[in-house]
Write a protein that binds this ligand. Structure first.
Ligand code: GDP
Ligand code: IMO
Ligand code: MG
Length: 424
């Protein structure tokens, strides 16, 4: 069954956009299965740069069908704006793009709640896109399916119920909710644009897999932001791990052929929460500059730090990685030395495990590697890498116990060492 899942192994922004775009050359369908407009996946081809939030990163390849799965939360206005931009670039002509009728809607009141909460003591640094409150509605069994976009009367009734439910919360938070008329008027242009795209996404993906088509399942966020397996409560509200591809796209685990985990050659995080290998010095600043580490959704500077091998081993476990995509190796070029956390010192002794529930009291143990100064962007095989960079790459794969499928040495499509196709 030619289904391949690609997920972030860290706190997001590992380069999923770039790697999914590369793999889509060999894929017939790309399915986003989780998250919403909190995601920002960057695609760069020549001088052209595009950041997609909701639409799958396969969108640049004309042959691929794009599907937004039922595990997603979709802000209709954001999606319609994204489609308008893609249309302007001529990327939608003659293409199949479908939205699951069981994906959940993010509506303006979700954004109001998310934004108000982020002003208060419980703020965790969300993207303020309404993602958390929309998933809350889903879990509370009062969410609104995207399918309601095809039925204005059903949509109005559901919005009225939702507003009544959120009213006391918003009152306590000291804010104001929009009226139902306002919500419906705001959503109307997007409603008309999106209604024709609604489908039973699970059936579409299943048909493709049965026909032997190659399907990529594109993760959003990353393992450490997953609601079950991440650094709770500093997480997003969705299932970002590989297992989420099955529930979020509506296919069984037997349909997945392989799982690829993405990691940068260092670590970043946006928003609050523990980050043991974070750098607060000029090295962290240098990595932020060299890697352009500023959020693609919010523009916030990303926190930067050394690679965390125990965290990656943990990610390999909870996702079942078959292969790794190591990105942004070039960003470390020019540093006199490169470090990686290989273990943690905890009150209970040293461990090679990731102490996910005791990160505040855990101290990273580092291994130091010699740096390199050579430009990596022309490397197309591991043998093209300078010896010090090659040693670091081999170390990562050895420590995680997983082969590299891709090593990325620049943001351009071509700046890539392609080692193995996940489709075999
Ligand atoms: P995503 O959310 O995982 O898709 O990642 P983002 O797009 O939010 O952030 C990754 C950033 O790194 C983007 O600006 C990419 O263009 C860029 N990028 C991806 N791979 C590489 C690489 O190997 N080297 C460099 N320098 N930039 C990269
Ligand atoms: P991609 O797909 C990095 C983070 C937010 C915040 C936490 C909760 O581009 O890798 P939310 O708005 O989801 O309720 O915020 O999760 N976060 C991300 N960080 N990349 C992302 O997506 C993220 N999506 C959410 O910064 O800490
Ligand atoms: Mg991103």
């Amino acid at each position: 069954m030619p289904g391949v899942v690609i997920v972030g192994a860290q706190w997001g922004d590992e380069g999923k956009g770039k790697v999914v775009d590369i793999y889509t050359e060999h894929a017939d369908m790309v399915v986003r299965f989780a998250g919403g407009p909190n995601a920002g996946h960057t695609l760069v081809v020549g001088a052209d740069k595009l950041v997609v939030r909701l639409v799958p990163s396969g969108i640049l390849r004309p042959r691929s069908t794009c599907v937004l799965g039922q595990g997603m939360v979709v802000d209709p206005t954001t999606l319609a704006a994204e489609l308008a931009e893609l249309d302007r670039r001529g990327l939608l002509a003659g293409r199949d793009l479908w939205l699951s009728d069981r994906a959940h809607l993010i509506l303006p009141y979700h954004v109001v709640v998310d934004t108000l909460r982020e002003k208060g003591a419980g703020a965790i640094g969300t993207t303020k896109r309404g993602v958390g409150p929309a998933y809350e509605d889903k879990a509370a069994r009062v969410g609104i399916h995207a399918g309601a976009l095809a039925d204005p009367a059903r949509l109005r009734a559901a919005v009225e119920v939702a507003l009544a439910r959120w009213a006391p919360v918003v009152q306590v938070l000291g804010g104001e909710l929009p009226s139902a008329d306002r919500v419906l008027a705001d959503v109307e242009p997007a409603r008309a644009r999106l209604a024709p795209l609604l489908r039973d996404a699970s059936a579409i993906v299943d048909d493709a897999l049965k026909a032997g088509k190659r399907v990529l399942f594109e993760g959003a966020q990353g393992t450490l932001l997953d609601v079950d397996h991440g650094t709770y409560p500093f997480v997003t509200s969705s299932s970002a791990v590989a297992g989420g591809a099955c529930t979020g796209a509506g296919v069984g685990p037997t349909r997945i052929q392989s799982v690829v985990g993405l990691t940068k050659a260092y670590t970043t995080r946006v928003g609050g929460g523990p980050f043991p290998t974070e750098l607060h010095d000029e090295v962290g600043e240098r990595i932020r500059k060299a890697g352009s580490e500023f959020g693609s959704v919010t523009g916030r500077p990303r926190r930067t730090g050394w690679l965390d091998v125990p965290a990656l081993r943990y990610a390999a476990r909870v996702n079942g990685f078959d292969g790794l995509a190591l990105t942004k190796l070039d960003v470390l070029t020019g540093l006199p030395e490169v470090k990686a956390c290989v273990a943690y010192r905890t009150p209970r002794g040293e461990t090679k495990e990731f102490p996910i529930d005791a990160l505040d009291s855990a101290e990273p143990v580092y291994r130091t590697f010699p740096g390199w100064t050579e430009d990596l962007s022309k490397a197309r095989a591991l043998d093209d890498l300078p010896r010090a960079a090659r040693a670091f790459v081999d170390f990562v794969s050895h420590e995680i116990g997983c082969p590299h499928f891709v090593v990325s040495v620049g943001y351009e499509r071509d700046d890539t060492i392609l080692l193995r196709s996940p489709f075999g």
